[in-house]
Ligand binder design. Sequence first.
Ligand SMILES: *[C@@H]1O[C@H](CO)[C@@H](O)[C@H](O)[C@H]1NC(C)=O
Ligand SMILES: *[C@@H]1O[C@H](CO)[C@@H](O)[C@H](O)[C@H]1NC(C)=O
Ligand SMILES: *[C@@H]1O[C@H](CO)[C@@H](O)[C@H](O)[C@H]1NC(C)=O
Ligand SMILES: *[C@@H]1O[C@H](CO)[C@@H](O)[C@H](O)[C@H]1NC(C)=O
Ligand SMILES: *[C@@H]1O[C@H](CO)[C@@H](O)[C@H](O)[C@H]1NC(C)=O
Ligand SMILES: *[C@@H]1O[C@H](CO)[C@@H](O)[C@H](O)[C@H]1NC(C)=O
Length: 450
Amino acid sequence: MQKLHVVVSLLLYLIYLTVSVQSQNSPDAPSMQALKASLGNPENLGWSDPDPCKWSHVQCVNNRVTNIQIGDQNLKGTLPLELNNLTSLTKLEVMRNQLSGSIPSLAGLNSLQQVLFNDNNFAYIPPDFFSGLTSLQIISLDYNPFSAWEITDNLKDASGLQIFSANGANVTGTIPDFLGGDTFPGLTTLHLAFNNLQGPIPFSFAKTSIQSLWLNGQKSDSKLNGSIAVIQSMTYLTEVWLHGNRFTGPIPDLSGLSNLNYLSLRDNQLTGTVPFSVVNLPNLAKLNLTNNLLQGPTPKFDTSKVDVDMIAGTNNFCLDEPGVACDSRVDVLLSTLESVGYPVGIAESWQGNDPCNIWRGVACSGGNITVVNFKYLGLWGTISPNFYMIPSLKQLLLSNNSLTGIIPNELTSLPDLRKLDVSNNNLYGEVPNFRSNVVVITQGNPNLGK
Ligand SMILES: *[C@@H]1O[C@H](CO)[C@@H](O)[C@H](O)[C@H]1NC(C)=O
Ligand SMILES: *[C@@H]1O[C@H](CO)[C@@H](O)[C@H](O)[C@H]1NC(C)=O
Ligand SMILES: *[C@@H]1O[C@H](CO)[C@@H](O)[C@H](O)[C@H]1NC(C)=O
Ligand SMILES: *[C@@H]1O[C@H](CO)[C@@H](O)[C@H](O)[C@H]1NC(C)=O
Ligand SMILES: *[C@@H]1O[C@H](CO)[C@@H](O)[C@H](O)[C@H]1NC(C)=O
Ligand SMILES: *[C@@H]1O[C@H](CO)[C@@H](O)[C@H](O)[C@H]1NC(C)=O
């Protein structure tokens, strides 16, 4: 009888113990045990208490896990699918370890604010990763050997996004339009350097609050290309790194970018003259222009304020000395290219300060420009009125391009003009009245004279 009593009390005590431990235990304990196991039960974390809310690097609120901060812990192993059960999680930081395998889907974790996966060996990110991450503010995926992936539009769920960083993360495709516009009114940092992106910077970027934009060093064959005109409207920019791509066209007027501190444009195919607005940027401290096809005078910067990377001879400036004006014929010819976006093919050929020295499309007589021949160069844009400033011009040949707009009236004032050929373009409007001794060829412009 006595024995039975002892056994019963013991059993009751054990049941009491189990119940009381369970009631103290976080409902997240199974998921956290799964995490511990998939990290290979690392001893250095000291995760031995049955209650994960007592673990170091882990925080709970009301017995639910809110923070897991295990960056820089020399961890190997993988992350378990059970992380998706941690519905109160706000911070997940595992950066700078040697974690591998797939990143688990965190879809639907609507408390999650900050996720740092950078500098690991993760091989895969699931396409639904961002769906339902409605509180996400900061995500870092940099420097993981992911298989190729694209930024999917479920990222739009994270409308409070502030920092999106995925440098060296094998991102492919084009930069999605939705990263611009007003999808993410609080986005300040967009870092997508060293990926496999191609195509242009979307026009939607004109309307963003981005301060730090890194798109440098794309590894795809075609890299990022097209014009960088859109950065003119990105007035919040403090830092813009576009180097190591295939951007073309001129540097836009940047006078609205009063906070711009670091502008890196080196190793592209930018053309045209460097605008005064760049020289005059009030807060510019670092500038890279080396290895482009920039034209006109070498810009002169206040080198006590700006650290300039502009190695002599790596652009197509007329002269190497900063601030020295070009020959006036060079200035005029360059001004005629503005309305056609300073084509790369012409910029590559126009070297030095003498346009009569085998410049593509230019012929001279005794140092006077007599022929401008831009036939069949794939030109887009309009005919510059500035040709009128070349009084020695005898022939202006612009046929077989995609020119639109009108034939500028100014051209009728060229005293020596004998031939104007604008055939096979897309011009419209009236043909101005040229002197009777000027041969004007206009065929192949269906809208001309209308
Ligand atoms: C936790 O996650 C696993 C794997 O995703 C799932 O099978 C399981 O049902 C979840 N458990 C709870 C309690 O939600
Ligand atoms: C990028 O993804 C492609 C296709 O999945 C893969 O072949 C390549 O090795 C990846 N590159 C890197 C640097 O991981
Ligand atoms: C940009 O590169 C793509 C190939 O990825 C090409 O089709 C397109 O014509 C290029 N655009 C410009 C403006 O060079
Ligand atoms: C850009 O220029 C700055 C200042 O001269 C220099 O420190 C930096 O290394 C340059 N960047 C590249 C990619 O060359
Ligand atoms: C070049 O133009 C100037 C001014 O129009 C003229 O005086 C000069 O004779 C021209 N030279 C030649 C070789 O045509
Ligand atoms: C110019 O375009 C016309 C009409 O398309 C074509 O017949 C002609 O061969 C082209 N000329 C050159 C030099 O390509």
